[in-house]
Design a protein around this ligand. Structure first.
Ligand SMILES: [Zn+2]
Length: 405
């Protein structure tokens, strides 16, 4: 399983932001430029749409759509040629107040080749083709079992992949002739125990190999699944990944499919849970005062550059910018992650003059490359949860350290 690339991380953050936007009217414009298509064709189309939009009845909507299209055309001029994987552009009025106008624009070069061409003006942005590009990222382990079967599989994106079917040797409840009731029950219990043990071992051997495993769901008809989960059949690290135990009518492939449908809420919760666990770890270290938690931009960057950060936590609302400056007096150049409103207030470390901003880079990309240089893992934490909001309020940047510094 490949690690999530920075392009995918950026896309994930953007999709979340755009997915939450609802237009007050049909005034959100989505444009997909497929890989290999000349941007000139798209700007022509946008100009045509501008001609059509003039006929929109509502004055406010007309103004917003025209502004969005104009922004798109301006943006398209920034490219000398179409980006390799194509381009997705979103623009529209995002003001939540009727009558007010705040037309924003987002553009992203997708992490994979975009195959479709699309122009749409709607109340939401069209995101499905991009969402699809994140499909392979979320991997879940599946175990469905009863006394006679155990089926192990994974859910990769929306696809179930069966990995292993195990048949048990557990006989039915009715004893066969020649056995005492008690002895029969003991033998049966022993065989059931063997069955669950084997299922646990095989599941563990598969799931331990999966680096990006987000969680595990256990299901099945009857009480065996609970017995399996509550008993000693999974090692602690694997058990810790279990997201839930659900009832199904079947085992086998139909059982796995059923489990996904019934576990939908559990799966939706899972990405949030993943982030929450990381935040919990951070907050625990912080409250223990172990010295293994840092926060704040300056402190975190310092620890990161020292190579001490194991996990770098970045709020999805982190808005600082990675900027490059040049001193007009002595010519000194410097790069720095600065607060957006402090871009004009950077002093030259050489002569003390105020420096000029020469370039702005993507801050997530910068942080990710800093993290990668020292073998740290970067995690983007949504500010939607209580813990995530806490991170945002602590400056939006924090780290869990490998060792004290
Ligand atoms: Zn200077």
């Amino acid at each position: 399983m490949n690690k999530e690339t920075i392009a995918q991380k950026k896309l994930r953050v953007l999709l979340k932001k755009l997915g939450a936007i609802r237009g007050r009217h049909t005034e959100l414009v989505t444009i997909y430029v497929p890989a290999g298509l000349n941007l000139y064709i798209i700007s022509n189309q946008v100009s045509q749409e501008q001609g059509t939009a003039v006929n929109i009845k509502s004055k406010a909507v007309r103004k917003n759509v025209l502004t969005a299209l104009e922004k798109i055309n301006q943006h398209l001029k920034l490219y000398k040629r179409a980006p390799e994987n194509g381009l997705a552009i979103f623009s529209g009025n995002i003001s939540e107040k009727e009558g007010e106008s705040d037309v924003e624009l987002w553009a992203i070069e997708p992490p994979e080749k975009l195959n479709q061409r699309l122009y749409r003006c709607d109340q939401t942005f069209i995101l499905d083709p991009l969402t699809y590009m994140l499909r392979e990222r979320e991997v879940y382990g599946l175990i469905v079992l009863d006394k006679s079967d155990a089926n192990i599989g994974t859910l990769v994106g929306k696809r179930i992949e069966p990995l292993k079917n195990i048949e048990s040797l557990v006989p039915g409840k009715t004893k066969k002739g020649g056995w005492s009731q008690a002895r029969y029950a003991r033998v049966r219990e022993g065989l059931l125990n063997d069955h669950l043990k084997k299922a646990g071992e095989i599941a563990t051997s598969y799931f331990r190999e999966m680096e990006d495993l987000r969680g595990i769901i256990i299901g099945g008809p009857g009480p065996i699944k609970e017995m399996f989960f509550n008993g000693d059949f999974l090692p602690t690290d694997i058990k810790a990944k279990v997201l839930g135990v659900v009832d199904t009518s079947y085992t086998g492939m139909p059982g796995l499919e059923e489990m996904i449908v019934r576990g939908e809420d559990i799966l939706a919760e899972a990405s949030i849970t993943h982030e929450r666990k990381i935040m919990d770890k951070f907050l625990t270290e912080l409250s223990k005062d172990s010295g293994l938690a840092v926060y704040g931009i300056k402190e975190t960057l310092h620890a990161l550059e020292a190579g001490a950060v194991g996990i770098l936590l970045v709020s999805d609302r982190f808005e600082w910018v990675d900027a490059e400056f040049e001193c007009p007096s002595c010519g000194k150049k410097t790069g720095k992650i600065v607060k957006p409103d402090k871009k004009d207030a950077v002093m030259c470390p050489g002569c003390g003059s105020s420096m000029e901003l020469t370039k702005e880079n993507d801050v997530l990309e910068k942080l990710d490359s800093l993290a990668e240089n020292v073998g740290s893992k970067m995690e983007i934490i949504s500010a939607d949860s209580r813990e995530g909001e806490q991170l945002f309020e602590m400056g939006g940047l924090a780290g869990i350290l490998r060792y004290n510094i």
